[in-house]
Design a protein around this ligand. Structure first.
Ligand SMILES: *[C@@H]1O[C@H](CO)[C@@H](O)[C@H](O)[C@H]1NC(C)=O
Ligand SMILES: *[C@@H]1O[C@H](CO)[C@@H](O)[C@H](O)[C@H]1NC(C)=O
Ligand SMILES: *[C@@H]1O[C@H](CO)[C@@H](O)[C@H](O)[C@H]1NC(C)=O
Ligand SMILES: *[C@@H]1O[C@H](CO)[C@@H](O)[C@H](O)[C@H]1NC(C)=O
Ligand SMILES: [Zn+2]
Length: 513
């Protein structure tokens, strides 16, 4: 009996250990997603699989399905057209995406960003490393050993231009997931590092990623030294200046531009600029609805930043990789401010519409997805004719009004529940929440992914989030997938070499007789 239970426990631990170590092993995720991708291929003929020269991923942070459905309704209420859709809902291909991190069922942007940027799932709070690195691990050697390369880094190596646009700080988790490798997403500047042997996110961007052509967003405090403007860096370095020196001193004398206002961004001469760094505020940028529509406004819209990014990236004949993050969809949900969140989702949609008009759709894979969902629901019963931000047509069991849009957690909690019509119509109103928290938690539900363009037909089914990275890498023929049959560049090279050799040999044969 003793022996049997000992045996049982040993088995139990062994099975547990194997399943855990599986998830920590980057190979596990790579194989899983590669197999899923090859499975998707079996539904298509070889001719249906096309190479994407360019890839744009539009990432709605915290943009779960309830946000998308509610924003669609908001759009209809604004345009007064009952059949209006969000533009990406009309893309040809969709899939459901499982967002959990290795250690957390309800994930964060760092872990999820790592999944769709590298094809490897990791622990919550960590960026650009595999599951062997724990959140806030201070062992920098361990970190170095467990770095996973991002598809943006791979795209740059293969000669494409890369860049990102975000409405958060340019060191925030999602943009950082394209370039950084840290054990904590909060290592944004030297002031937040406990161990100065590891490099902070801002420093990694400026020192290790001079190949980045476009970096637009907020986050000035993480690049400037203490004592200069809003600077928070404790190493006395001005990384904006260093970036300009670095590019200025490169032998091929790149044309670069650093901008810090909407006005400066609008004055760029794109024929003359190949590298663009823009940081428009101290930390995260404003909500779209907070932006003033006059010359006093210093922050550009997400659409304006996307246009700037494409003007520069489009110049490379080898193609480009761009991420555009609608970051404030998530930030507004954290404070239960549905009005700001859903309007930011519509501003994000405008950037997608604009981008579609600026690129060759036949050679550009466009993916629209979210990193994770949120604690947001549109569950209060409401008539089609009700204002989306108004009361439900029910009252609660005490006869009190409640809003149609509700959060499960967050600062909108109010014990008295004595909401007035006037109060809920304020644009900064925090919607009802069931659990009082300073900041709402994310949602653990699956998110959607929508795609159009070459490679988009491989987006199907219910997938792990790592699938997105593999799809981008596969479609654009970079990294592990550069020799796939659909990679025309390589096929053409082989073809033309063979043709030249045949012609050459046939000439040789003719002349030798
Ligand atoms: C090159 O770098 C040095 C400092 O390292 C700086 O003084 C100089 O202005 C830079 N050159 C250009 C063209 O930016
Ligand atoms: C901003 O103002 C201009 C002119 O005053 C107007 O044409 C434009 O539509 C406005 N934009 C927005 C987003 O309101
Ligand atoms: C609920 O809201 C409706 C519409 O604004 C209002 O007429 C009614 O008096 C409110 N009820 C309570 C209990 O506040
Ligand atoms: C709602 O209830 C709170 C707490 O009881 C009270 O302070 C507040 O004045 C009330 N507001 C309205 C509009 O009745
Ligand atoms: Zn969040």
């Amino acid at each position: 009996m003793m022996n049997f239970s000992l045996f049982f426990y040993l088995c139990f631990f062994l099975v547990n250990w194997i399943s855990c170590s599986n998830h920590k092993d980057p190979v596990y995720w790579r194989e899983l997603s590669r197999n899923a991708l090859y499975h998707s291929k079996t539904f298509l003929s070889d001719d249906d699989i096309k190479q994407a020269k360019n890839v744009i991923i539009f990432l709605g942070d915290g943009m779960g399905m309830p946000s998308i459905s509610a924003a669609r309704l908001l759009k209809r209420q604004i345009t007064n057209k009952n059949d209006d859709h969000l533009v990406f809902e009309q893309f040809d291909h969709t899939a459901l995406i499982q967002t959990y991190n290795i250690d957390y069922a309800v994930p964060d942007s760092a872990g999820t960003g790592t999944a769709f940027c590298t094809g490897v799932k990791t622990n919550r709070g960590t960026i650009g490393v595999n599951g062997n690195v724990n959140y806030k691990d201070t062992n920098c050697e361990l970190l170095q050993e467990n770095i996973v390369e991002t598809v943006f880094e791979k795209a740059a190596k293969s000669g494409k231009s890369v860049g990102f646009v975000t409405t958060a700080s340019i060191t925030d988790a999602t943009p950082a997931a394209t370039y950084a490798h840290v054990s904590s997403r909060y290592d944004e500047s030297s002031s937040s590092l406990n161990d100065d042997k590891c490099k902070d996110i801002a420093l990694q961007l400026i020192e290790d990623h001079t190949e980045y052509r476009v970096m637009l967003g907020g986050g000035r405090k993480n690049f400037l030294p203490k004592g200069k403007e809003v600077g928070k860096r404790e190493d006395n370095r001005d990384l904006f200046e260093e970036w300009q020196y670095k590019l200025g001193n490169q032998t091929n004398h790149h044309h670069y531009e650093f901008v810090s206002t909407k006005q400066e961004l609008s004055e760029i001469d794109y024929d003359k600029v190949d590298y663009l760094l823009g940081s428009f505020c101290e930390n995260h940028m404003k909500f779209d609805k907070e932006l003033k529509n006059d010359t006093s406004e210093t922050e550009p819209t997400i659409e304006e930043m996307t246009v700037a990014a494409l003007q520069i990236l489009k110049k490379n004949k080898n193609g480009f990789f761009l991420m555009v993050e609608g970051a404030k969809i998530d930030k507004a949900h954290h404070t239960n401010q549905a009005f700001y969140s859903l309007h930011d989702l519509l501003a994000f949609e405008k950037a997608i519409i604009k981008a579609q008009s600026m690129v060759n759709l036949k050679e550009t894979l466009i993916i629209v997805t979210a990193d994770h969902s949120h604690s947001f629901t549109h569950s209060g019963s409401s008539l089609m004719t009700n204002d989306l931000f108004g009361f439900s047509d029910y009252t609660d069991r005490d006869g009190k009004n409640f809003t149609s849009l509700i959060y499960s957690t967050g600062p909108g909690y109010k014990e008295s529940r004595n909401y007035t019509e006037k109060e809920i119509k304020q644009i900064d109103f925090a919607q009802i929440s069931a659990v009082p928290l300073d900041s709402a938690t994310h949602g653990g539900d699956d998110v959607a992914a929508y795609a159009t363009g070459p490679g988009s037909n491989l987006l199907r089914g219910s997938q792990e989030q790592t699938y997105i990275a593999h799809l981008m890498e596969f479609a654009s023929c970079i990294g592990d997938y550069e020799h796939e049959p659909h990679c025309s560049g390589c096929k053409m090279l082989i073809c033309s070499t063979v043709i030249i050799m045949i012609v050459f040999i046939s000439h040789l044969i003719r002349f030798s007789f």
